[in-house]
Design a protein around this ligand. Structure first.
Ligand code: SF4
Length: 322
């Protein structure tokens, strides 16, 4: 297997040597292509943090097609390659699948804010399930401590550490990817590394992401996370049940976020955050099934969404008991 070493300082170099061991990666190549096609100096500025990153990309990774263009055989080979890398790095043989959307299913989440007690069990279950970096720490769910009387998430604080929760003067607002029907993050991506699937989930191909972080800036909910450093997951904590578009280990320099645990939910299971919630505050299901619990909640509770004025049309709803 050939290894293509990169030099992320060479955005302005001639780039003539992709396959001859020269200093270029597919990510460098895409960065240049995006810069040329957009002519946007701002794009170069946005990518400047990546110029400091070092990476090693194999020739197979370099020539990998876009997710939507790969045949099943090609995806099978990619999966075998990733499994090999996981085995080598973590000493674990993962179960890695490319989970496809299920016909007739559109996922929606609802959260009962009267029940959330701010314990952050959901946050830690998500970290464990989705192989998020422990150092530096990456978490997809932010539980905001909110002053009573407002629904404005900008007034919340992420840092609270009382001896006992819940606290008298507050309520708690967990925020993660809202799986918007009109997602600005998708429109912002210059290389189509993120897109919305037919079950409503906005996904990311970590092999296609160039780390420009435009999606992160476009998201009104602070739902996306960027791997500034090589993610660290202890070998004995790695979750070996993996999805290509979900919780497989991510490299440095890419964006990630909540995907409603698609490697679980597309197999008929519930998201890990829901299972971990000690108060039953979380409800998840198929909105196209009129008999589902989520359909009942949306029909019978006074639900609301965050930042409705942004026009993103979230598939994540909130409600109170009273
Ligand atoms: Fe994209 Fe943010 Fe909406 Fe998730 S919440 S779909 S990351 S804009």
């Amino acid at each position: 297997m050939n290894t293509v070493h990169t030099d992320n300082d060479n955005l302005e170099s001639d780039g003539s040597d992709e396959f001859t061991g020269g200093p270029i990666s597919r990510r460098d190549f895409l960065k240049r292509t995006a810069v040329i096609s957009s002519g946007a100096a701002a794009l170069v500025a946005a990518m400047s943090p990546l110029r400091l990153l070092e990476e090693t990309v194999t020739a197979e990774e370099f020539v990998q097609k876009h997710y939507k263009e790969m045949t099943k055989d090609e995806m099978d080979k990619v999966i075998e390659r990733i499994k090999g890398k996981v085995e080598k790095k973590y000493g674990v043989t993962p179960t890695l699948r490319d989970h496809k959307p299920i016909d007739g299913v559109e996922y929606v989440y609802a959260l009962n804010l009267s029940r959330c007690n701010g314990s952050r069990r959901c946050v830690h279950a998500c970290v464990n399930e989705n192989n998020q970096s422990r150092n530096p720490e990456i978490q997809y769910i932010s539980v905001l401590k909110m002053p009573k009387g407002t629904l404005d998430m900008e007034q919340g604080t992420r840092s609270y550490d009382p001896d006992v929760v819940p606290e008298e003067d507050s309520y708690y607002l967990p925020v993660q990817c809202q799986q918007c029907e009109n997602p600005p993050c998708v429109k912002a991506c210059p290389v189509e590394a993120t897109w919305q699937e037919k079950d409503g989930l906005t996904v990311i191909d970590y092999n296609w992401c160039i780390g420009c972080r435009y999606c992160e800036a476009a998201c009104p909910y602070w739902a996306r996370r960027f791997n500034f450093a090589e993610p660290e997951v202890p070998k004995d904590r790695l979750n070996p049940n993996m999805g290509y578009l979900s919780n497989r280990p991510r490299p440095k320099g890419v964006v990630e976020k909540c995907h409603f645990c698609l490697h679980r939910t597309r197999e008929g299971k519930l998201p890990a955050c829901l299972e971990a919630c000690p108060t039953g505050a979380r409800i998840f299901g198929n909105i196209l099934d009129p008999d589902s619990e989520i359909s009942y909640v949306l029909k019978n509770k006074r639900v609301f969404v965050l930042k409705e004025e942004a026009g993103t049309m979230p598939r994540f709803f909130y409600f109170f008991d009273k």
